[in-house]
Design a protein around this ligand. Structure first.
Ligand code: ADP
Ligand code: ADP
Length: 219
């Protein structure tokens, strides 16, 4: 049996992780585990977890580690993740990365690759401010850089496109500050483990996909 593949798509808010994860789905054939999507699903379903997370998300802060770690490790323990997963938005703190390493090693697994999609802050602000998501499937569009065929409507399922509450300029500034303070130390953490691959995220969506595919094939 081939070894399970746990790959992390790592990068600042709006660096294109979700967009690229959707494009890598066929190549990887692994479930896409995105912590932000899991929180938003919980919020839509008005679960206790969703309501607890909302206050932090609205302020642009990280949801506390204990809640986040339990949610993602639970997701990874489901049968569809037995051969691996494409993680997106998790881990975001050293404590989360350590918990993930421990959970995987308890199953005899490890992180295969961390694909670090780097994008300058000023470009991230442009990307966030034009981001629109499908209410039904979560697909990300951009009002200038990745337009749907019909404005306001998802190409795949006709769902309504909406702007996230936390994609407002003040919250975005806070999220970038949180990224640099709490999440960016993971770059050295994973570089130290020899699993980090640098990807230039400041290119067209197609060019980033090509670089990611090359990096994945290189393992
Ligand atoms: P983006 O796509 O802009 O990077 P996400 O959808 O990944 O944003 O996350 C949205 C919000 O959900 C974050 O600002 C944070 O409040 C919360 N969140 C998501 N993932 C994590 C995590 N791993 N740890 C703590 N909070 C998280
Ligand atoms: P993340 O999941 O990292 O938060 P998204 O995939 O949601 O990021 O992308 C953020 C926004 O930027 C979306 O509106 C998306 O359409 C757009 N986008 C993604 N990649 C690129 C790119 N390479 N060039 C221009 N816009 C992009």
């Amino acid at each position: 049996m081939p070894a399970a593949k746990y790959i992390i798509l790592f990068g600042p808010p709006a660096s294109g992780k979700g967009t690229q994860a959707a494009r890598l789905r066929e190549l990887l054939n692994l479930p896409h585990v995105a912590s932000g999507d899991l929180f938003r699903e919980n919020l839509q379903g008005e679960t206790k977890l969703g309501l607890e997370a909302k206050a932090y998300m609205d302020r642009g802060e990280l949801v506390p580690d204990d809640i986040t770690i339990a949610m993602v490790i639970d997701r990874l323990s489901r049968p569809d993740c037995a051969d691996g997963a494409l993680l997106d938005g998790f881990p975001r703190t050293i404590a989360q990365a350590v918990a993930l390493d421990q959970a995987l090693s308890a199953q005899g697994h490890r992180i295969s690759q961390v694909l670090y999609v780097a994008v300058p802050d000023n470009v991230l602000v442009e990307r966030v401010s034009g981001r629109r998501l499908c209410r039904t499937c979560g697909e990300a569009y951009h009002i200038l850089f990745n337009q749907p065929k019909v404005p306001g409507v998802c190409d795949h399922d006709g769902g309504e496109l909406y702007q996230r509450d936390d994609d407002q300029p003040e919250t975005v500034r806070k999220r970038l500050q949180v990224y640099w303070e709490q999440t960016s130390p993971l770059i050295d953490y994973y570089r130290g483990q020899g699993v980090l691959v640098d990807i230039d995220g400041n290119q067209s969506i197609d060019a980033v996909t090509m670089d990611l595919e090359k990096a994945i094939a290189g393992t």
